[in-house]
Design a protein around this ligand. Structure first.
Ligand SMILES: Cc1ncc(COP(=O)(O)O)c(C=O)c1O
Length: 448
């Protein structure tokens, strides 16, 4: 039986829900990355490292709330904080103490955070960071990097996915304000010199798509230096890496000091929430005029900014992850997984590599080379290894074959939580071996 047919037969309830969804939701989904042919699975409940689908299967979850759940699903400290808050109301339409405590935790953990402004999502955080940069510099131009993802607002649409065509729905003037460059210092300098209007530079702290295309070592420090030299606001997007790569994110690990940092995901412990944190003088553009030289402020309403439920969960989460032990556990498990997956690729003589940093991993089944039978940091891959495209049909069938075996990838990779276990790694490695064999038997993979 084909992989797809087995998937269809295993998931009749998900299939029925998808047919219903397709009548009321475009393509039946509510987030582009949840789209999967012939249909995505529908989840019913989740606990720790697992989620259960509506057909009764338990899946080891490597989506972990799109990276938000460093502590796994339903961590008791977060669940208790949220339940306590739920009983006291979800929206006061008024200031509350949790938002102060939340900001205090962010400032305690993130080295460059002097003050904080909360938003409802990471997308809103990057939008606000760019606006603050423009307000402070008076220069509208932005440098962003190829394939770096910063959410879905007009200034950061990943134009590369449109292969030179204009992304539909984005005004040309907005696109023109953004210089998209490769992650090379010379290219950044060239864009700054050529345009003369660059006020902000935004970078994904671990490289494009949460480290799928890692940044060269030392790049962030060099970028900070260039931005400082040109008076450009240096924005590090730590929506994924913040609190996960380390309690203080990549900036703590690498000793880099951005002017502004954007945060979300782990920040709110599995509830909606984002933040811009950074230099006091930049965030003060949000202050109401009075006493200072400025007569106007940067506007920022937002009904659910720092809502009490997200704030209570966020405070509980940040206190729980502050000592770094959850990150160390998730990182160690991810290293075991990456090494085990590479060892199996080698044993089966299947070209490709599984690589990543921290608690993230990425599968790349392409090219001619076998990986080392070891954990692999993408920054150490020989040049060109990631250049061969991973065929989308192969990637899709891999996802289906793994779901059929109780493993839910996030696209072509995933992230771990501290709730994952060694037994989950063993289960995943067995599923990986079987899925690869199945793909090969169905002509989707060649031997080296
Ligand atoms: C690096 C990065 N920035 C920003 C965002 C946007 O965050 P949100 O989905 O909360 O709008 C994401 C989302 O995955 C992200 O990975």
């Amino acid at each position: 039986m084909s992989i797809e047919q087995a998937y269809i037969e295993r998931h009749p309830t998900s299939r029925a829900l998808y047919e219903r969804a397709s009548r009321v939701l475009p393509s039946g989904v509510t987030h582009d990355s949840r789209f999967l042919r012939p249909f995505p699975i529908y989840a019913e409940r989740a606990e720790g490292a697992y989620k259960w689908d509506v057909d009764g299967h338990r899946l080891v979850d490597y989506v972990v709330g799109h990276g938000a759940l460093l502590l796994g699903h339903n961590h008791p400290a977060i669940a208790a904080a949220a339940a306590a808050q739920l009983a006291r109301g979800t929206h006061y339409g008024a200031s509350h103490e949790h938002e102060i405590a939340w900001a205090e935790e962010v400032i305690r953990l993130v080295p460059s955070a002097e003050v904080v402004r909360f938003t409802s999502s990471g997308t809103e955080a990057t939008l606000m960071a760019l606006r603050l940069a423009r307000a402070a510099t008076g220069r509208p131009g932005v440098v962003k990097f190829e394939r770096h993802f910063h959410g879905w607002h007009d200034y950061v649409v990943p134009a590369s996915s449109y292969a030179g065509r204009t992304p539909p729905g984005i005004p040309a003037a907005t696109l023109d304000s953004v210089a998209v460059v490769p992650p090379e210092i010379a290219a950044v300098e060239a864009a700054i010199d050529a345009r003369g209007d660059i006020g902000a530079c935004i970078v994904e702290a671990a490289g494009a798509s949460s480290g799928q295309v890692p940044l060269p070592r030392g790049f962030l420090r060099q970028l900070q230096e260039v931005c400082n030299r040109h008076g450009i606001v240096f924005i590090m997007d730590e929506v994924v890496t913040g609190f996960r790569w380390a309690p203080g994110g990549v900036q703590q690990l690498e000793g880099v000091r951005p002017d502004l940092t954007t945060l979300a995901k782990v920040l709110a412990g599995g509830f909606p929430g984002g933040a811009v944190a950074g230099r006091r003088d930049l965030l003060e553009y949000l202050q109401f005029p009075g006493g200072g030289p400025r007569t106007e402020k940067v506007g920022h309403p937002g009904t659910f900014n720092a809502n009490p439920l997200s704030a209570a969960a966020g405070v509980a989460c940040l206190r729980e992850i502050a000592d770094g032990s959850h990150q160390r556990r998730a990182d160690g498990l991810a290293a075991t997984l990456r090494a085990g997956m590479n060892t199996i690729l080698r044993e089966l003589a299947i070209p490709g590599v599984v690589y990543g940093q921290s608690s993230a991993f990425r599968v790349h089944l392409a090219g001619d080379e076998l990986p080392p039978a070891a954990d692999t940091d993408g920054r150490d891959l020989p040049p060109g290894v990631l250049a061969a495209p991973f065929p989308t049909e192969r990637a899709r069938l891999l996802q289906l074959a793994l779901i059929n075996r109780g493993v839910h990838l996030f696209g072509t990779g995933g992230m771990l939580s501290s709730a994952h276990s060694e037994a989950d790694m063993a289960h995943t490695l067995e599923a990986w071996r079987e899925a690869l064999l199945e793909l090969r038997s169905q002509g989707q993979l060649e031997n080296r």
